[in-house]
Structures are given as structure tokens and as C-alpha cells.
Write a protein that binds this ligand. Structure first.
Ligand code: FAD
Length: 328
């Protein structure tokens, strides 16, 4: 494995369905296709609708791979996956594994793979990360929803793109009805609920020890405006010759542009998410008054966000009125 100067690309799947079903530009699906079509395996995090946890699984076909698509905003559980991956490689020494996980998980797997001398058989991809909340918080939230709406959650998305990639719609489906989960998403983003280690994350950097990093290519509408697509764009950071060879292999399935570290900059490529000054109160409230209370108190939009929403609705209505009145 040779480390190279980090190469940067913006890219999105040429397949419209793949793009629409992915959180960013479909990097995960495109990368995993290359492995699955060759009889190789994929390790990534799948949502379990029985336990409401996100768990790492060994994946051997596209149907199972599709179950891992989409961002899940809670810490995922590696379980026994490192050992499972090791045993699979030992049984299939001529095969490879694509491992996809958050920075901390991917680096853990890299160290394990080096120790167990299977590094040459694995390609390790990590994901740019804002941080992960406690899985307990999410589990209690789902219990609350299932109780409130009297049914089981059968579908979850944090990044439905019906309003575009930059304004994702998050919802769960209970008995065929879409229930918005914006309160949980606001709690996720308000810097109170992440695990303590996320605020000290050592992987919030551009240069990393995995083969490749994927994430959202935020602000591409400003940095590479002629490559902007409202349905999303992935960021690819290539760190090793193996990552480089993989990108060369998949680039025919992508619309892509060569980019650089300045264009792709976002805060979590420079430093971890900072801790909110309300964090202590948030957890004290949670311990004393429970999940429903903290969702009501911390999951409401800020005054600024509410004003912004109202103003854009008024502008939209004025625009429609203008069209109706024949103003063009
Ligand atoms: C908690 C979280 C925080 C993120 N923060 C940022 C950020 O700050 N900046 C940024 O650019 N991108 C961030 N991302 C990544 C981004 O949202 C997309 O997940 C990523 O770009 C992959 O999208 P895709 O289009 O390639 O494919 P998708 O089909 O969306 O691929 C999803 C991939 O992510 C994995 N995954 C999803 N949830 C988890 C999880 N909880 N634990 C481990 N693996 C998981 C899946 O197993 C799969 O491999 C975050 C993702 C998560 C889950």
C-alpha cells in the first residue's frame, strides 16, 4: 500500500436512480458495484427495522447492498464484523473486500487488517462525518414514534431528495404514512447529542490513512458551478495507489471533475464539530424528563430558521401570483 498526495474529485453516478437513492452522488453504490460484479464482498452499515439499530453486515449481492444505502444519523454497531471479514478472506484468499464506514470505524478496520495481514485484500473507504449521536437516543425516539402512530416503522430516510439534495426531507413510514422526523434531525445538528469522542474526532481532516474518502461535495454550486446538479454530488478523496486504481476503474460510471482541496473544503474536513454550550443541559433534561421532552425543547426550528422559511414562502407565493396574473 503506497500513500500518494491526496487527489480530489467531484462525481455523481450517471445512473439517475442511483443518484436519487443515495445521500450524496451515489459514490457508495458505484464503488460497491465494482466489487459485487467481480464476486468480491462489501462490508457496510445496514439499518435493522426490528431493533432500530444500524449494524455492519457482509454483503454479497446488489439487493443486500441497496439496503445499506442512505445516511443513518446514529452510531452504527460493528459487532463481530472485523473477524467475519477476516475469516471470509481466509476462505477466499483470491477475493477482496470493500469496507465502508465512518472515519473511526474505517481506521479501526485498517489497523486490524494490517495486524491480521489482510491489508492487501481489503479496500478501505471512510465517510466524511459530522458526528454520530448515541444509538440509545435514536432507539427511544423510534419507540416514541411507534407508540404515537400505533404501528411499526417500515422505512427510514434522512435524505429524501424530493426538495433537492441541499434541503433533504427526513421521514419514517408507519403503515404507509410518512411521518417527518425534522425534530430529531435538528437535535442531531444542534451539537448537543453527539457522542463525547465525536467532539475530539481525529479523523476530521483531508489527508487520511484509508484508501479513499467519500462525502458530500458541499458548496459545489459556488466552487464548480457548471458541474452543479440539484440531486447531489459526491466528494472523492484518494489517498493510496489502491484508491487511485479503484477510482480509475469506476470513473466510467460517473460524471466527474478533477478538483482540489480548496474547492471541496468543509468544516468537518478541518476540525471536529464543536460542542454546544447547551450540551450539559440537554443531557440533564433528557435524564430527568425523557426523550419526548428533549425533542420538543431542542428539536424545534430556531427563530432565524422560521423567519427564513416564512420569507421564502411569501416570495414563492408572490412569484406564483405574478405568473397567474400573466406577468410571465
Ligand atoms: C452520521 C453521518 C454524518 C455525516 N456527516 C457528513 C458531513 O459532515 N459531511 C459530508 O460531506 N458528509 C457527511 N456524511 C456522509 C454523506 O451524508 C453520505 O453518507 C456519503 O457521502 C455517502 O453517500 P453516497 O451518495 O455515496 O451513498 P449512500 O447510498 O448514501 O451511502 C451510504 C453509505 O454510508 C454508510 N452509512 C450510512 N449511515 C452510516 C452509519 N451511521 N454508520 C456507518 N456507515 C453508515 C452506508 O452503510 C453506506 O456505505 C455523513 C454521513 C453520516 C451517516
Amino acid at each position: 500500500m503506497t500513500y500518494i498526495n491526496t487527489k480530489v474529485y467531484a462525481g455523481r453516478s450517471k445512473d439517475h436512480m442511483v443518484l436519487m437513492n443515495s445521500s450524496s452522488g451515489g459514490a457508495y453504490t458505484v464503488l460497491s458495484d465494482a466489487f459485487l460484479e467481480n464476486g468480491d464482498a462489501v462490508v457496510s452499515a445496514v439499518y435493522n427495522y426490528q431493533t432500530h439499530t444500524t449494524e455492519f453486515k457482509m454483503i454479497h449481492n446488489k439487493q443486500d447492498r441497496d439496503r445499506a444505502c442512505g445516511s443513518k444519523y446514529m452510531q452504527s454497531i460493528p459487532g463481530n464484523i472485523f473477524r467475519e471479514a477476516y475469516l471470509w478472506i481466509k476462505q477466499h484468499p483470491d477475493k477482496k473486500i470493500l469496507f465502508v464506514g465512518m472515519g473511526c470505524q474505517a481506521d479501526g478496520f485498517r489497523k486490524y487488517a494490517e495486524l491480521m495481514e489482510i491489508r492487501q485484500n481489503v479496500c478501505i473507504v471512510d465517510i466524511v462525518c459530522y458526528g454520530s449521536p448515541s444509538p440509545k437516543l435514536w432507539r427511544e425516539y423510534t419507540e416514541l414514534l411507534e407508540q404515537r402512530y400505533g404501528g411499526k416503522i417500515s422505512y427510514l430516510t434522512f435524505k429524501d431528495k424530493r426538495n433537492g439534495w441541499r434541503s433533504p426531507f427526513a421521514f419514517v413510514r408507519v403503515d404507509g404514512v410518512e411521518i417527518p422526523i425534522g425534530d430529531y434531525v435538528r437535535v442531531f445538528y444542534n451539537q448537543c447529542a453527539l457522542r463525547p469522542s465525536c467532539y475530539k474526532c481525529q479523523y476530521a481532516a483531508i489527508d487520511r490513512k484509508t484508501d479513499l474518502t467519500i462525502g458530500d461535495f458541499w458548496h459545489i454550486e459556488e466552487t464548480i458551478p457548471d458541474f452543479y446538479d440539484e440531486n447531489g454530488c459526491s466528494l472523492f478523496l484518494i489517498h493510496t495507489n489502491q484508491g487511485d486504481a479503484l477510482f480509475e476503474k469506476i470513473k466510467g460510471r460517473l460524471e466527474y471533475r478533477v478538483s482540489n482541496k480548496e474547492q471541496c473544503w468543509q468544516i468537518n474536513l478541518e476540525m471536529p464539530t464543536t460542542v454546544s454550550e447547551k450540551r450539559e443541559t440537554f443531557w440533564a433534561d433528557y435524564r430527568k424528563k425523557g426523550i419526548e421532552f428533549v425533542m420538543r425543547k431542542y428539536g424545534v426550528p430556531s427563530l432565524k430558521a422560521r423567519v427564513k422559511k416564512k420569507v421564502s414562502a411569501i416570495i414563492k407565493n408572490i412569484h406564483i401570483l405574478h405568473i397567474v396574473l400573466g406577468g410571465g
